[in-house]
Design a protein around this ligand. Structure first.
Ligand code: SAM
Length: 245
């Protein structure tokens, strides 16, 4: 169900399972088995191991993770997370991350910073991230849901854009790409019409390597390339919240 493994709040999420290389080892490493001094965890939950960083980049609807694995070595000290609703696809990405970590363990140690969780991003984003936590959100080739009565299933809407605004830091960016013109226009309308975002200009996009990576390395981007299709890229910046009147 949707409730599998969804933390009740970001503080309840054990990120060390996803990024073990970033886990903080507790200062006292001597095991304490004395029943008089060990405190049972509330609700019998396993204790959470903290990590030294927080996730700053999210790829929403990451599919098989082409973008994640292209970005990971470019920003090795930034934690990158894919969110994907399909269980088998999520497992594929998790296994691929483990395999790449092993392959790179004795050389450059790369891919420790990339992982994936199964989640319905339309419902649970604030369960994973605190306000202002993220610097980049990628929405790459979202399902177009062509028919008007299906538009509510689109991952861009006034309500969802408010959630993206909540989890993004001021100055953070939402990167979007699609090959469907109608969806592109929808994306522009819903972000430009949202008080927390402004559209990033073309010159700035040219100097941003994330844009090129998104065009080239997503599975869908490659498919569109093979078919000679057009790709619509638009990036939006999270504005500072205005001061209270
Ligand atoms: N971003 C990838 C790319 O560009 O190659 C995959 C694009 S694919 C067309 C859309 C992906 O979004 C699918 O893998 C789908 O399972 C996932 N997805 C759809 N709705 C979702 C939701 N509400 N939460 C998380 N993932 C979702």
């Amino acid at each position: 169900s949707d409730h599998d493994l969804i933390p009740s709040s970001p503080a309840a999420m054990d990120w060390s399972q996803h990024y073990p290389a970033f886990a903080i080892t507790p200062p006292s490493s001597t095991p304490n088995n004395d029943p008089k001094t060990t405190t049972p965890e509330p609700n019998n939950q396993a204790p959470i191991t903290q990590i030294s960083k927080s996730v700053e980049v999210a790829d929403i609807g990451c599919g098989f993770g082409g973008l994640l694995f292209a970005l990971a070595p470019k920003m090795p000290s930034t934690l990158i997370l894919g969110l994907e609703i399909r269980t088998s696809v999520t497992e594929f990405v998790q296994e691929k991350a483990k395999a790449l970590r092993l392959q790179h363990a004795s050389s450059d140690g790369l891919y420790q910073n990339v992982s994936c969780i199964r989640a319905n991003s339309m419902k649970f984003l604030p369960n994973f991230f605190v306000k202002g936590q993220l610097r980049k959100i990628f929405l790459c080739f979202p399902d177009p849901h062509f028919k008007a009565r299906k538009h509510k299933a689109r991952i861009v809407s006034g309500t969802l854009n408010s959630e993206y605004a909540f989890v993004l830091a001021a100055g953070g960016k939402v990167y979007t790409i699609t090959d469907v013109e109608d969806l592109h226009l929808w994306i522009v309308e819903h972000f430009e019409g949202h008080a927390s975002f402004e559209r990033v200009g073309e010159e700035e996009l040219e100097g941003d390597e994330c844009v090129e990576t998104m065009r080239r390395e997503t599975e869908e981007g490659k498919k569109v390339e093979r078919n000679g299709g057009r790709k619509y890229v638009v990036v939006f910046r999270r504005l500072e919240d205005p001061p209270w009147p």
